[in-house]
Design a protein around this ligand. Structure first.
Ligand code: DC
Length: 220
């Protein structure tokens, strides 16, 4: 039987990259829950909906046509927004809408529905504490803000996105604060999660460490 795996941690800690590789190796699906908060922020900004207006945001989500494809693409109202939701503006916007309890409830319900049959790796902020409280494997992935800013800068360079280290670092620190200090489901390590500090690890080393944890926890 396929189970579900929870990966939580701050932004740019490598959660998505690792989840993608693990999904491929294990024959699982990867659900990037941050992309769902990003899609909400994208639509709100596009439609001129106030990101802090809980009622309006919840109503908007109710009528939102969002498809999270197994290949990682995000389709909003028929439009592929996979790349468009990756800007710094949308990152901050996602962090802002994610503070709203109504927004969280709606997206958590969608996430639980998607992975109810098992075989999913979910990455986010509240997977081990809220979305998949009973997951047999929970990983809490961290890295220093500086290591994360370096990685984001490198990714941006590779994608041809102009950015500078200081601004990225500032955004990471600001988003960490917002994500860990919000009232509803703040980012925190679940009691039964295993913490991995990836600051000085290669991607392959992190993948191996997670595979070892999966073996220990499930015998697979
Ligand atoms: O993982 P990410 O950087 O794409 O997430 C964008 C924002 O969405 C992040 O700042 C906090 C929020 N988020 C959340 O509150 N809960 C999740 N499960 C995933 C993301």
């Amino acid at each position: 039987m396929k189970f579900n795996i929870a990966i939580d941690g701050p932004s740019a800690a490598g959660k998505s990259t690792i989840a993608d590789i693990l999904a491929e190796r294990l024959g699982y699906n990867h659900l990037d829950t941050g992309a769902m908060y990003r899609a909400v922020a994208y639509k709100a900004l596009r439609d001129g909906t106030d990101l802090e207006d809980e009622e309006a945001i919840v109503e908007m989500i109710g009528g939102m046509d969002l498809v999270m494809n197994a290949d990682g693409t995000v389709i909003l109202e028929g439009e592929d927004v996979s790349e468009a939701i990756r800007t710094e503006e949308i990152s901050m916007g996602a962090s802002t809408v994610s503070k709203l309890q109504g927004c969280r409830e709606a997206l958590v319900a969608m996430q639980q529905k998607i992975c109810e049959e098992g075989g999913y790796i979910l990455d986010g902020r509240d997977i081990g504490t809220v979305v998949l409280k009973d997951a047999p494997v929970k990983i809490y992935m961290v890295a220093s803000p500086e290591a994360r800013a370096e990685r984001r800068l490198k990714q941006n360079l590779e994608k041809g996105i102009e950015s500078d280290y200081e601004t990225i670092l500032e955004d990471i620190i600001k988003r960490d604060y917002q994500d860990t200090h919000r009232e509803h489901s703040p980012l925190r390590k679940a009691d039964d999660a295993v913490e991995i500090d990836t600051s000085y690890m290669t991607i392959e080393e992190v993948v191996d460490a997670v595979l070892e944890i999966i073996r220990e926890k499930t015998g697979e």
